[in-house]
Each structure stands twice: as C-alpha cells, then as structure tokens.
Design a protein around this ligand. Sequence first.
Ligand code: ZN
Length: 201
Amino acid sequence: MDESGSGQGENTVRCAECGAVLQEGQDRQATEGGVFCRACFEGLTSQLRQVLDAQGQDVAYGAAVAGGVAGAALGVLAWWGFTVLTHVAFGLVAVVIGIAVGKGVVIGAGNKRHRNLQALSAAISAAGFVYASYLVNRTFIHKAYADRGEPIALPLLPPPELFFRVVAVGFGIMDLVFLAIVLYEAWKIPAPVEIPLGRTA
Ligand SMILES: [Zn+2]
C-alpha cells in the first residue's frame, strides 16, 4: 500500500532463476529476460556459452557441402521448373535457392552454425544462382530457335565460354538484386546464435 518498501511489497525484486529476494544494493544483473542474482547469472551464462560454443564445434564440413549442394539442386530445379511451367523468368523465386542451400548446409553440418558455414552457404548459393540462370536462359533460347524451325540443344554442362555467354543474355540490374537477396538468405541461415544474456538492460 505505502511506498516505504518493507522488502515484501510490490517493489520486491526476485531473481528470475532461484527466486531469492534481491536486497537493495545487492549485486545483480538486469537483462531482457528478467533480473538475476549474480550467482545465477554467472551459472546461466556459462551454461549458455557451452551450448553456443558447441554450435560451431565438430562441424562436418563434407556433409555440410553435400547438404548445401543438395539444397542448391532442389532450389535450382524449383526455379527452373517454375520458369518452364509459367514461361516467366521470375527472379524472386530464386530466393528459394538461398533458403534451400542455407538449410541444407545447417542440416548437413549436423545442425551446426558457424561463420565458415555462412561463407560456404553463400558460395554454393551464388554458384547455384548462376547455374539456374543458365538453365532458364537455355530453355528460352531453345524455344526461340524451335519457334524459328531451327531447333538446337545446348549442353547441360557447357564449356565456360558458352556458359557465360548464355548467362549474360538479358542479365540486368534486377538479377543482381535477386542475387543479393539469395546471398542474404544463404548467409543468414547458418549464422551462429548470439548470447542473449549478454545484453544488459
Ligand atoms: Zn538467483
């Protein structure tokens, strides 16, 4: 009722972990998750740090690459299939490449998250995006030639010069925007989780 603060009133602060009443002036840690006594905060922080350190340890990089490539294959097929079915090269659909690669890398690595996995994911996604651009353009070029009565067949694994000439067809600023979105998704997904208790109020 009154504001004199007998220690059990509404102003009583309890540790969010052990429930002990925190006396005025007692060492404490205020976080977004509540106020903790010093002992609980240190204990929780070290537990959390162990869990978070483990997310970047014993990363199975071979399996991470395999997972990323599998994700890229799925994403590339999805984008190319969408384009063949709709006859529209809708670049935003390419975002699925970044998401599929990012998830593939994390799952392949054994649910690990690390800067190296982020770089790996971004590299595989970029390659997947460029190859998907090749497949999409290849489909349209095939159609254009077939419509003129001169059907051609470009290889699925072309020599580099042909590859880049085909990719360059109609490559514009929007493709760079879509590539940036793909890279953003691929980079974000394997990012290490930060320590939330570290942010003090
Ligand atoms: Zn406590």
